[in-house]
Design a protein around this ligand. Structure first.
Ligand code: ADP
Length: 184
């Protein structure tokens, strides 16, 4: 595990599907689909978006241009370029505003990726913590929404065998670890 630069890891098995929390860089994680925290123009940016385009190369941006955009709360699939994944799912989380719509849109962004996973019949997916960087969603509010959406999904029949939350930095990891504990 150290060769991934992964520092901590916590796992839970739900209905035969492994849910793992890792601390590290998502472009170094092995999964059939890597989720990008994209913007609705699919225009690229900083944070995890920049890291994925840098590591994956220009074919991903070309595919994003061809698609043209993605509404907030939804996700689209492209190839994964030079990444070892089969697909990148570009999910658009909400910019946090502090109203009830935030939660619905954040949940919907995660759910759209899980739906794409079923559509493409993939076995593993790696998520970053959507909306909690530049989009300002407080981690302690975003973490339970992310984990609840994932766990509710994998309680039902699914092609997935592994769902990995890749947390960047101590505070993100800790917020997800704390949220996971409240799931019993
Ligand atoms: P958003 O615009 O949706 O907030 P960001 O990319 O700014 O997206 O941040 C989303 C989360 O991804 C943040 O918690 C940030 O710390 C994290 N992050 C940034 N770079 C990486 C990376 N290489 N791997 C995993 N997570 C990352």
């Amino acid at each position: 595990m150290m060769h991934w630069g992964i520092v901590f890891m916590s796992t839970r098995t739900i209905n035969g599907v492994t849910l793992a929390l890792l601390q590290g860089d998502i472009v170094k994680v092995q999964a059939d689909a890597i989720v990008n925290a994209a913007n609705s123009a699919l225009a690229g940016g900083g944070g995890v978006d920049g890291a994925i385009h840098r590591a994956g190369g220009p074919s991903i941006m070309q595919a994003c241009r061809d698609i043209g955009g993605c509404p907030t709360g939804s996700a689209v699939a492209t190839d994964a370029g030079r990444l070892s994944a089969k697909y990148v799912f570009h999910a658009v989380g909400p910019i946090y505003r502090g109203n009830p719509e935030d939660e619905r849109l954040l949940k919907s962004a995660y759910q759209s990726c899980l739906d794409l996973a079923e559509q493409y019949k993939i076995e593993s997916i790696a998520f970053p913590s959507l909306s909690t960087g530049i989009y300002g969603y407080p981690l302690h509010l975003a973490a339970p929404i992310a984990l609840r959406t994932i766990t509710e999904h994998i309680k039902k029949p699914t092609s997935l065998k592994q769902v990995i939350m890749v947390l960047y930095g101590d505070s993100s990891y800790q917020a997800f670890e704390d949220a996971l504990k409240t799931f019993g």
